[in-house]
Design a protein around this ligand. Structure first.
Ligand SMILES: Nc1ncnc2c1ncn2[C@@H]1O[C@H](COP(=O)(O)OP(=O)(O)OP(=O)(O)O)[C@@H](O)[C@H]1O
Ligand SMILES: [Mg+2]
Ligand SMILES: [Zn+2]
Length: 287
């Protein structure tokens, strides 16, 4: 039971957006964090999250991994979106992960990005994963504890969308050094992003900033930029949350095609530069 008086003793009182309100979720008591596999080596862990599904979180995760790899960093992706795993597809990965009694070995993309996803463990990739929340969260924790990540500078986590049970467990069991939030222009000015933002703050995660996806439409015929929303709206919304707007990504049919063909690494254009720079900076700070 959570009562209003729980705010009085809550350590998040100063920063909690729902302090004193009837919907206060109360202080989130974090259980002890899981340790990664003893043979795994990971310098930094950065989550990519969103307030809801389908906003391009997996695309942003994959593009960020590609950008960091091209800077010479060793990068892994933990696909924690168990019910909607789409990371392997963007890289054209299929087949099964190998493992021993010791642990699980990640798959490798053409560029050498290490990937672990439920899709690389299921016999039928088209079969829906209909497990309940605690089982889903357990799989994510296993990807963290049982995978032998090889000398990573950065592990990116494609988070389950939203603010429910499964993302909460990820926040609680994996020590995130930073978090990037992906949003569409519509969501940025709605409650969805504010809720996700509030959750990240309650979990005390270092929010590096926002990526605005589908920010404009690039005409495939003439390269003309079509803005779906008034210019400046998103900057205002981001500033209102005191969050840096790191990057804006257009809705680009060429990107969608590369994902569908499993050839995202063929995308030569350096995208999401500021997000890549922010994560590279985090890595540098932790030699
Ligand atoms: N900027 C973009 N340009 C073109 N296509 C895009 C763009 N962003 C996302 N898409 C496409 O939209 C679909 C959804 O994107 P993606 O899978 O990255 O979203 P998601 O937030 O991870 O969704 P889910 O919640 O289902 O995991 C994919 O087919 C992706 O290729
Ligand atoms: Mg996804
Ligand atoms: Zn045109």
């Amino acid at each position: 039971m959570i009562s209003l008086s729980s705010c009085d003793t809550c350590s998040s009182k100063g920063s909690c957006p729902s302090a004193g309100q009837a919907d206060c979720p109360g202080e989130v008591q974090a259980p002890p964090r899981d340790a990664p596999h003893p043979q795994a080596s990971i310098r930094r862990v950065v989550g990519i999250c969103s307030g809801k599904g389908g906003v391009g979180k997996s695309l942003v995760t994959a593009l960020t991994a590609i950008g960091l790899t091209r800077q010479g960093l060793k990068v892994g992706i933990l696909d924690a979106d168990i019910t909607g795993p789409s990371v392997p597809k963007a890289f054209g990965l299929s087949g099964r992960l190998s493992g021993t009694d010791d642990g699980i070995y990640p798959a490798r993309t053409g560029l050498g990005i290490q990937v672990v996803s439920i899709n690389l463990l299921l016999d039928d990739q088209a079969a829906p994963v209909i497990w309940r929340g605690p089982i889903l969260a357990g799989v994510v924790r296993q990807f963290w504890k049982d995978v032998i990540w090889d000398q990573l500078d950065v592990l990116l986590i494609d988070m389950p969308p939203g603010t429910g049970d499964v993302p909460l467990t990820v926040f609680q069991s994996i020590p995130l050094d930073g978090l990037i939030m992906v949003t569409t222009p519509q969501d940025l000015v709605s409650m969805i992003v504010k809720k996700a933002h509030a959750m990240a703050r309650m979990m005390n995660v270092n929010l590096l900033g926002l990526v605005e996806n589908m920010a404009w439409l690039r005409c495939p015929d003439c390269d003309h930029e079509i803005s779906l929303f008034g210019a400046g709206q998103t900057e205002t919304a981001a500033a209102g949350m005191a969050l840096p707007l790191l990057d804006r990504l257009p809705l680009d049919p060429a990107l969608a095609a590369l994902v569908d063909q499993g050839r995202l690494e063929d995308c030569a254009e350096p995208l999401l530069r500021q997000s890549v720079a922010a994560i590279a900076q985090l890595v540098q700070e932790n030699p």
